[in-house]
Design a protein around this ligand. Structure first.
Ligand code: GDP
Ligand code: GDP
Length: 442
């Protein structure tokens, strides 16, 4: 599953800066996602693409950036930190290398020691400092696991990620093989009460029962295999399945980490939205997580039943406004309760999957870049314009195009978006992000 790393530390040591530095996607990505208010509390670090891990900033960014500047560990922030640390596989205890140890640090450390979590000490803000001296200041804490970084200047982050990996539980080895090429892996995600469980039960029940529940060997990952209209699917670790298979389980709380995990393991994410509630901030952050993961996306607008014409028009207007940042994603109106719209939903899933896994030749992507650049040349910046020389495919899910050229750093986000849209149109791609990686040089 997706391991979880918690950032713990007093206010102002740079936790959110570190969080952003670790979760920021490495290459210049096309999405700057206007309109997404995201819950920055949880994110996924992909600096090592083969081994993503989830990160939680326990520092209370979610409550509007207001920190309790207090040593009182009974406060709300402390409770949050404690909760974050409790569910984590590893705690990064972040301290300020400029200020040195403080009494609040001492207190935090004291309660960290009471838990049996592995703790790694990160001395931040060591830019411009003698990092050995900075580390020595914290020697009395007695950590062997300690590293100096500068989050703001991205120094030491690769080493930090290596150190993190060494301390995380082994991934993958004991898991159920999840890569049956003939099965499309789908995750139904969304906030509580949008109807995930109703939909999953409807889909599984309707098809007169799935082959089997595929029980995971780690944590409580549960998938279900499904055959529908002659095609094979695997519903990956989805709240609804879990609830069905464990009838006695109390109502599940919205687990962001579980949501991130499901997204990580799927090929197509179906983000469910409640037509009666519109698109909430939480919906937008789930959508943002799908974009960050580069997964194919279908939006299921649920509870479409029982709305009158006027209400439907209102919902439509709202959706087109709120979903404008993912114009390429298909939004399908469904009623999980009545089972309507499911055929269309599965068609959309197929279109998204086909687009996400389409293969490209070097010739066709180079040609597309040429045509795009001819139709709208990169803008001149300080007397020079970027030159796009050639391109080649760099992988699928999402389709990745590697563009070589010169002065590529000057390409604006809007030009990158233009390229992405151009590709989408030319190759008739729907329901998938398209990723461009720009490489300087001939
Ligand atoms: P948090 O309260 O722990 O989340 O801390 P923030 O991430 O909000 O950072 C607090 C302040 O420290 C901000 O003004 C940051 O710009 C600054 N800061 C964070 N990381 C570094 C760093 O590596 N070096 C320096 N010099 N400043 C940093
Ligand atoms: P989950 O928390 O996302 O798994 O949501 P549930 O499947 O538990 O559904 C939450 C509530 O919404 C339940 O009372 C369902 O009966 C109701 N619900 C789910 N789908 C629909 C639908 O398509 N139409 C209507 N009217 N209600 C629905």
């Amino acid at each position: 599953m997706l391991p979880l790393v918690a950032l713990v530390g007093r206010p102002n040591v740079g936790k959110s800066t570190l969080f952003n530095a670790l979760t920021r996607t490495r290459d210049a990505l096309v999405h700057d996602q206007p309109g997404v208010t995201r819950d920055r509390h949880y994110g996924v670090c992909r600096l090592d693409e083969a081994r993503p891990f989830a990160l939680v900033d326990t520092g209370g960014i979610a409550d509007g950036g207001v920190h309790l500047v207090t040593g009182d560990l009974a406060g709300a922030t402390a409770r949050q930190a404690r909760a974050g640390a409790d569910e984590a596989d590893l705690v990064l205890f972040v301290v300020d290398g400029r200020e040195g140890p403080s009494s609040v640090d001492d207190e935090i450390l004291a309660w960290l020691r009471k838990s049996d979590k592995p703790v790694f000490l990160v001395v931040n803000k060591t830019d411009g400092l003698d990092s050995r001296a900075a580390l020595a200041e914290f020697a009395r804490y007695g950590f062997r696991d300690i590293l100096a970084v500068s989050s703001a200047h991205r120094q030491g982050l690769d080493d930090l990620v290596d150190e993190i990996h060494e301390r995380l539980p082994e991934q993958g080895a004991t898991e159920v093989p999840d890569n049956d090429p003939d099965r499309i892996r789908i995750a139904f995600v969304g906030r509580p009460n949008v109807g995930k469980s109703t939909l999953v039960n409807r889909i599984l029940g309707e098809e007169r029962m799935i082959a089997s529940d595929v029980a995971g060997t780690t944590r409580d990952s549960i998938s279900a295999d499904l055959e529908r209209d002659g095609r094979l699917y695997r519903l990956v670790d989805t709240a609804g399945i879990r609830r069905k298979s464990r009838v006695d389980e109390a109502v599940e709380t919205f687990s962001i980490i579980k949501t991130l995990e499901s997204i990580e393991h799927c090929q197509v994410a179906v983000v469910m939205i409640d037509a009666r509630e519109g698109v909430t901030d939480q919906d937008a952050s789930v959508l943002g997580a799908v974009l960050d993961a580069g997964r194919a996306l279908v939006i299921a607008v649920n509870k479409w039943d029982g709305l009158d014409t006027y209400q439907r028009e209102q919902v439509e207007a709202l959706l087109s406004r709120k979903l404008a940042f993912v114009p390429w994603a298909e939004a399908v109106r469904i009623s999980a309760l009545h089972g309507s719209g499911l055929r269309e939903l599965f068609r959309a899933i197929h279109r998204a999957h086909a687009s996400a896994t389409r293969s490209f030749s070097t010739a066709e992507v180079t040609r597309a870049v040429e045509i795009a650049a001819e139709a709208s040349p990169p803008p001149v910046v300080r007397g020079h314009a970027a030159k796009l020389r050639f391109a080649h495919p760099g992988g699928e899910s999402p389709p990745t195009i590697i563009v070589h050229g010169t002065r590529l750093r000057t390409l604006s986000d809007s030009y990158k978006r233009y390229l992405e849209n151009f590709f989408r149109k030319r190759f008739k791609l729907v329901g998938t992000p398209v990723r461009f990686v720009f490489k300087e040089g001939e």
